[in-house]
Design a protein around this ligand. Structure first.
Ligand code: NAD
Length: 469
């Protein structure tokens, strides 16, 4: 065994969208940095999550566009697709980005250590794997992320019962897919697979899909899904999956069963904090595995920081990145605090869903005199031109001050549109700031300006509210 001991100013465990930006920031701040990774650089987001799924979704969108071509006056013959080629493209996009990332890390003079990192004291980490080494570090940033949650009653067998990772690796499509969990992952795969012609059934135990979002948003997505032929069963608690036959038989509480060829189980994720030696570093995780941190992302052990899924309720790559920058700056003498007031969140379904700040329900719960200004895409010239008329944008505002508290958008380009509202909310701007900003015409971003006018009770391209409303 190659036993060496090296010292670094900062060591980061985990190279996902939290860990690698933390490593870059610490290196930029003039520190020697080790980045420890057991699998591939880039973590779940790049290798098993955001990037591969969005690459497949992009292929599906092209297919969908071609299928709609006739409505644009374009005649195409019969359209076919080769799913294994879509998978090849996904793999090559991931490999390309990973290669660039490795180059980026090397150009920042970050030492990449390959293996599983385990804390052995508040200042030492043992790395087991390709590199077998124990290192010391003045500051440590833990960014070990999460993995799909296995349910003992119907564990993943990766043949008929899949998690999101193994589903992304399939090279052929099933005819029928049952999805347990109508959350973010369940809905993204439902949308992707339905476009590719798979018969999809979503089984969600709550009364609506994406139950964590505003009701109007869930309803709009459910309607769009039903239009595409996706079956949705709500209040459906999955208790077991029988794999003894040809396909799967998903058993629901109450006795009903749903048949499919394979099942995807997407019921949340498990935090990777149980075997990384937290006890040796004086850190006690919560029952769910989460590591408590302060607003500088520092744990109860001074000098050790935790970021990403393991350190907050926001399990989003971009939150992890921001936390990584905050932790790395604090660890290198540049004080910075984390603020979660304006966290944009996107669900890459068709139509896309994007939200930031509070929903109307949340604002009312917090006792704001809240109201909503909503504007449908069908009233936008650009939406009509592009044949993207489904969906709406809405702004939640405080009637007393006019401050924008939240925004939700369901529809074309929602993922890009939400950036404007993230700036509005992060900077505590009012609806007036939006109506007084000239929005380019014809664009879908005009929906925000129109929604703001509606919120001010002065709609421009929408009939005035009736008295009794
Ligand atoms: P989730 O928490 O979003 O959804 C899980 C769903 O499963 C919930 O709606 C829950 O009610 C349901 N459920 C749980 N047990 C069930 C049962 N026995 N029967 C039926 N339904 C059941 O979890 P996820 O979709 O697995 O995603 C995991 C995390 O990853 C989330 O925090 C998500 O935000 C994040 N993620 C984000 C993105 C994105 O930002 N685009 C993409 C993928 C994942």
């Amino acid at each position: 065994m190659n036993e060496k001991k090296q010292h670094f100013d900062v060591a980061v465990i985990g190279s996902g969208p939290g860990g690698y930006p933390a490593a870059i920031k610490a290196a930029q701040n003039g520190k020697s940095v080790a980045l420890i990774e057991a699998k591939d650089a880039g973590g779940t987001c790049l290798n098993r999550g955001c990037i591969p799924s969005k690459t497949l979704i992009a292929s599906a969108e092209v297919l969908h566009k071609i299928q709609e071509a006739e409505q644009f006056g374009i005649v195409v013959g019969s359209v076919e697709f080769d799913y294994s080629k879509m998978v090849d493209r996904k793999d090559s996009v991931v490999t390309k980005i990973r290669t660039s990332l490795e180059g980026l890390l090397a150009s920042n003079k970050i030492t990449m250590l390959r293996g599983f990192g385990k804390l052995t004291s508040p200042r030492t980490i043992k790395i087991m794997g390709k590199d077998n080494i124990e290192i010391t570090a003045d500051k440590i940033i833990i960014a070990t992320g999460s993995e799909p949650r296995n349910i003992p009653a119907f564990p993943f067998d990766y043949k008929k019962i899949h998690d999101s990772t193994s589903l992304l690796e399939l090279r052929t499509l099933p005819k029928r897919l049952a999805i347990v969990g109508g959350g973010v992952i369940g809905c993204e795969f439902a949308s992707l697979y339905a476009i590719l012609g798979v018969e999809v059934t979503i089984l969600e135990m709550m009364p609506r899909i994406i139950p964590m979002e505003a009701e109007s948003v869930s309803t709009a997505l459910a309607k769009a899904f039903q239009k595409k032929g996706i079956r949705i069963e709500t209040n459906a608690v999955v208790e077991g999956i029988d794999t003894s036959g040809k396909g799967v038989k998903v058993k629901l509480a109450g006795g009903k069963t749903v048949e499919a060829d394979i099942a995807l189980v997407a019921v949340g994720r498990k935090l990777n904090t149980s075997d990384i030696g937290l006890d040796k570093a004086g850190i006690a995780p919560l029952d769910n595995g989460m590591i408590p941190v302060n607003d500088r992302m520092e744990t109860q052990t001074p000098g050790i920081y935790a970021i990403g899924d393991i350190a907050s309720k926001w399990w989003l790559a971009h939150v992890a990145t921001h936390q990584g920058l905050v932790a790395a700056n604090n660890a290198t003498g540049h004080p910075m605090r984390m603020n979660y007031n304006a966290v944009p969140s996107v669900i890459f379904t068709s139509p896309e869903v994007a939200t930031v700040g509070m929903s109307l329900e949340q604002a009312l719960e917090k006792r704001y005199r809240a109201t909503v200004g909503a504007f449908p895409f069908q009233a936008l010239g650009k939406s009509q031109a592009a044949l993207q008329t489904d969906g709406f944008a809405q702004i939640v505002l405080d009637k007393t001050t006019g401050q924008v508290l939240g925004a939700q958008v369901v529809g074309h380009e929602a993922s890009t549109l939400i950036a404007e509202m993230a700036i509005v909310i992060a900077n505590e701007l009012t609806v007036e700031c939006i109506t007084e900003t000239i929005h380019a015409h014809p664009t879908i971003a005009e929906a925000w300006m129109e929604a703001a006018f509606v919120g001010e009770d002065a709609p421009l391209h929408w009939p005035p509210k009736r008295q009794n409303k």
